[in-house]
Design a protein around this ligand. Structure first.
Ligand code: NVA
Length: 356
């Protein structure tokens, strides 16, 4: 088999060869801000208001670390090379000329910060102030990928001044049009608001990704790529990967509660509506809904890493022709992501194609 560039990834399903898996060590409660009010579960608001800048409870971090170790072990057994970022001290306060943050967040979710198009890794312009320096945890890896031939791009560093945020944001009532906590002051996006299907890229506008950010990425990528915006009905959108999950050419997993409409261009694909998640309602979820059930990682067009307790979806995937690989990950769920969030697929064996 021919040697691929060290960075080479075009979609969500080509055979996975190298992946970055996040670390949970040092996870720190982000400082309270209107961004959290727009996206975090209401029942956790008091926790965030009281604990911003302090480490998350040790027992939760320890349990999530165990899940990550199991995930790494399985990936390696499946023949995937795993690399890890460096935890940094997220309890250190920091500031810019215009604002301060009591601390950072974590290096658990590389999917939010980085996105790969072919041989290029792009650092995204994150909109949460507490995440402004999170990329430092990945800089050793970025330098290394660059030295090995990867292209390394940083989107314009956002200022994150008050003009970016709608301080008076409240969630729209049922039936009211979408509104977002971020303005169009400057380009921002979280990489996790995008899904790659070769030349066609899908995005949701969200509380972390604005139109300016989407336009920046489209112009940067140029005419070889087409970015399509999906229609969602969720009022607190943040990250597309529990809403719209292409698993293989012709196979799309969607969220019945979050996606408003399957895009017309998928009319020749099998579209499967995910079943309700199996995670108990009382399981601690600081940062997301239980729909992390859908936040799976494809190792190729058949093998899919999925949380062990998601028995309904595991069975559905088997019936659909997949080979689910179960792994304990519920304790990691507590921090707002599952396998897709916790990883960055740096190298997949494949080429740039059009699937539509
Ligand atoms: N914000 C999404 C999770 C995205 C991985 C949710 O809470 O369902």
């Amino acid at each position: 088999m021919s040697e691929l560039p060290v960075v080479n990834s075009h979609n969500e399903w080509d055979t996975l060869e190298e992946v970055v898996v996040g670390v949970i060590d040092g996870a720190t409660v982000p400082s309270w801000h209107i961004m959290l009010q727009a996206t975090m579960p209401t029942k956790q608001w008091d926790f965030f208001k009281q604990s911003g800048g302090q480490p998350f409870p040790k027992e939760r971090i320890d349990a999530a670390r165990q899940d990550l170790e199991e995930c790494v072990h399985i990936l390696e057994q499946e023949g995937v090379k795993v690399r890890r970022p460096d935890p940094i001290d997220f309890t250190k306060p920091f500031s810019t000329p215009e604002w301060q943050s009591a601390g950072g967040l974590y290096a658990a979710m590389p999917r939010d910060l980085l996105i790969v198009f072919g041989d290029e890794i792009i650092e995204s312009p994150l909109s949460w102030r507490s995440r402004h320096h999170e990329i430092w945890a990945y800089r050793r890896l970025m330098k290394d990928y660059f030295r090995q031939g990867g292209k390394w791009t940083c989107a314009p560093t956002p200022q994150l001044v008050d003009e970016l945020y709608d301080e008076n944001y409240t969630e729209p009532e049922e039936g009211e049009p979408h509104r977002y906590v971020i303005t169009e002051f400057e380009p921002v996006f979280d990489a996790a608001d995008f899904m790659r299907c070769g030349r066609d890229i899908f995005v949701q506008q969200s509380h972390t990704t604005n139109q300016f950010g989407i336009a920046w990425l489209q112009r940067h990528l140029g005419a070889e790529y087409r970015i399509h915006q999906i229609e969602i009905k969720e009022q607190s959108p943040m990250h597309i990967d529990a809403t719209f999950v292409p698993l293989a050419p012709g196979k799309l997993l969607v969220n019945p509660e979050k996606l408003a409409k399957v895009p017309e261009m998928f009319k020749h694909w099998d579209v499967f509506y995910a079943p309700p998640p199996c995670t108990p309602v009382e399981h601690p979820m600081y940062m997301s809904s239980r729909w992390l059930s859908m936040n799976v990682l494809s190792l190729d067009e058949k093998r899919v890493m999925i949380e062990k307790g998601e028995e309904t979806l595991i069975q559905d995937l088997k019936n659909w022709g997949f080979e689910p690989i179960p792994c304990n990950f519920r304790n990691f769920y507590s921090f707002g992501g599952s396998f897709h969030c916790a990883t960055l697929d740096v190298r997949r064996r494949g080429t740039l194609q059009s699937y539509f």
